[in-house]
Design a protein around this ligand. Structure first.
Ligand SMILES: Nc1ncnc2c1ncn2[C@@H]1O[C@H](COP(=O)(O)OP(=O)(O)OP(=O)(O)O)[C@@H](O)[C@H]1O
Ligand SMILES: [Mg+2]
Length: 302
């Protein structure tokens, strides 16, 4: 399995190149190109109407545009189901109104997109997945969130273990523990084996861990920056390199798109000489599957 993350400043050609890279991989592999950018234009580039559910575009080539609102709704829905499953007594308390407010919470979009990525990767439906990413800030926040989630889970599991310890101590003195809400009796778990909360956390920890291992594995995940030979996209690319480095990830390759021979092109090639750089010229036509096939010829291995 291969995961390619295409990053870059707005308008540099991320979507066009994501689609072209997908076309290239689809020659030999079952490939999905998925747009995580809330302002989608992948469908325009492929000249197909797209939605969250992957659509077959060509032999071996599938594409989708993740609907962010839908992703947030799914994420909160699942959160709700999980909470009700692990805290059974919540089913008798009306929590709907709290969950409704959650969708406006800061960080929810990042969490929802993280879940979208995690599920796609876990399913293993495709040999290659190309992520056309949202603006850099959001992309980096999602990547940071993955690490943060692991730290949080580690801490929360420790706290939960302590809670269970205390409960066992109380159980020894008072006997079996339960809670009565609206006349209904619910048992309170006192051991890890019986505790749905810790089970849920451990399972999620294993899944996020698996994603982190995949992101850190150079044979699986690659980070690609698209840029143009002009100052602003060059500066953004430097920030991308820096931000990835801060979370111990590395840019693997660059695509200098809308290439022209100028001072900036020379500077970029010189400054990033440690990276593979592919150049794609400014083209007349940039839409449709045949054109993407042509653009793909400018790109080597990623
Ligand atoms: N090699 C190229 N030659 C000419 N035009 C190009 C080339 N690559 C991309 N374009 C054009 O540049 C514009 C931006 O491209 P694209 O939508 O792929 O960029 P993006 O980085 O995904 O933008 P956004 O940040 O808005 O999602 C589009 O009009 C596209 O057709
Ligand atoms: Mg785009």
């Amino acid at each position: 399995m291969k995961l390619l993350f295409v990053l870059g400043k707005g308008g540099v050609g991320k979507t066009t190149l994501s689609a072209a890279i997908a076309k290239k991989y689809a020659r030999n592999f079952r490939t999905l190109v998925v747009s995580l950018d809330p302002a989608h234009n992948l469908g325009d580039v492929l000249e197909k109407k797209l939605s969250t559910k992957p659509k077959k575009i060509d032999e071996n080539l599938y594409a989708s545009e993740v609907d962010l609102d839908e992703a947030v709704k799914d994420y909160i829905g699942e959160l709700q189901r999980t909470l009700k499953h692990v805290y059974r007594y919540l089913t008798v308390i009306n929590l709907e109104k709290y969950f409704d407010v959650l969708k406006h919470y800061p960080g929810v979009e990042e969490s929802a997109l993280l879940e979208t990525i995690r599920k796609l990767v876990k399913k293993e439906d495709y040999d290659v997945i190309i992520f056309d990413t949202p603006p850099t800030g959001l992309t980096i926040r999602i990547l940071i969130l993955i690490e943060m989630t692991l730290i949080w889970l580690r801490e929360l599991i420790e706290i939960r273990k302590k809670i269970l310890d205390r409960r066992r101590a109380i159980e020894k003195i008072q006997g079996e523990m339960c809670v009565v809400i609206n006349g209904e009796k619910f048992d309170i778990p006192t051991s890890e084996e019986k505790d749905a909360v810790i089970k849920e956390m451990r399972q999620y920890q294993a899944e996020i861990n698996d994603l982190v291992l995949k992101l850190r594995n150079k044979d699986i995940s690659r980070f690609v920056a698209v840029l143009n030979p002009e100052q602003l996209s060059y500066l953004e690319t430097k920030r991308i390199v820096e931000s990835l480095r801060n979370i111990n990830l590395e840019l693997d390759c660059m695509i200098l798109n809308k290439y022209v021979e100028n001072e900036m092109s020379r500077k970029i090639v010189e400054e990033f000489s440690n990276l593979r750089i592919y150049t794609v010229p400014r083209l007349e036509r940039v839409r449709g599957i045949e054109v993407l096939e042509n653009i793909a010829t400018f790109i080597g291995d990623i």
